[in-house]
Design a protein around this ligand. Structure first.
Ligand code: HEM
Length: 266
């Protein structure tokens, strides 16, 4: 199953043009959802105004080389390894989900656009990338959902309590999980049975919810977070510190209260 291109099997009954149009529609939904989100929250406007204001209190003018160095370090640390999440299971779960999703999406695009015609032979590398990516996303997202989500981890809510903020993680896991099950059922050659078709429909619906829900979900954080990390590190390097006061030049004394409880309240 791992080395079989599920879209090539689907192409025996559904024209690749429909699959390719679906991918293009999903990309359009991301663009529209993110733009609407930006217009509604005015977050990007605030971000640039704030950055301009902070620049006035810069103590140093960064050269181009220094700027490139700050941006490169941010890409390697803050973005590629989501260092903001510290050195624990929260970060491992996020990395699994993030890289899993990236592999899953790249695998989908390559297989749908390059290997769905009847004359093409899919190199097993791509289906493996797709399936491994989906498994990583299900593990990372499931770990986050059942154990690490702030409602469950810090507020003692039951894992099955669902709120609007869960739309992103649930749709993300659902799209990978239904994709995996659909692919597995297809390789069983069930012919006229309904099983694989039912999971194909669930796979399509979960993708529509994931990409159609960008405006209401946390989807766009994957664009905002990198931008904010770059701005924060540039402001640190030019001394403006986003107009925050400098760190105190004194030992950290928070009293005994800090030691009574594990720091897990976010
Ligand atoms: C393909 C890219 C990405 C995917 C699929 C992804 C996925 C997720 C998911 C599923 C969540 C949980 C959302 C929730 O609270 O319900 C999350 C949270 C988060 N993400 Fe991402 N993410 C991506 C990119 C990034 C990037 C680039 C950064 C940082 C530069 C980032 C930083 C965070 C942070 C700080 C949280 C909060 C984590 C927590 O509450 O434990 N993510 N992400």
């Amino acid at each position: 199953m791992l080395s079989v291109n599920p879209f090539a099997i689907l192409a025996e009954t559904v024209s690749p043009v429909y699959m390719q149009s679906f991918v293009i529609l999903m990309v359009l939904l991301i663009v529209i959802g993110t733009l609407l989100d930006i217009i509604h929250k005015k977050n990007v406007k605030y971000f640039f105004e704030n950055a301009k204001k902070a620049k006035l209190s810069a103590t140093k003018t960064l050269s181009t080389v220094e700027k490139i160095s700050v941006v490169s370090k941010t890409i390697v640390s803050d973005i590629a390894t989501t260092s903001e999440l510290g050195a624990g299971k929260r970060r491992v779960a996020h990395l699994l989900g993030m890289y899993g999703t990236i592999l899953f999406w790249i695998g989908s695009v390559i297989m749908i656009f390059c290997y769905t015609s009847s004359s093409s032979d899919t190199p097993s590398f791509w289906p493996i990338i797709w399936h491994v990516g989906a498994i990583m996303t299900v593990i990372g997202g499931g770990w986050f959902w059942f154990f690490l989500r702030v409602d469950v981890y810090s507020e003692a809510q039951p894992w099955y309590r669902i709120i609007k903020a869960d739309l992103f993680v649930l749709a993300l896991v659902a799209s990978s999980l239904t994709g995996l099950i659909w692919s597995y059922l297809q390789t069983l050659n069930l012919n006229d049975r309904w099983d694989d078709k039912a999971f194909l429909i669930l796979f399509i619906v979960s993708n529509l919810v994931l990409f159609g829900g960008v405006y209401w979900s946390k989807f766009a954080h994957m664009f905002y977070k990198p931008g904010a990390a770059i701005q924060k590190n540039l402001a640190e390097a030019d001394g403006s510190r986003d107009n925050l006061p400098p760190e105190a030049d004194a030992p950290k004394q928070f009293g005994l209260g800090m030691k009574r409880d594990e720091p897990k309240h976010y």
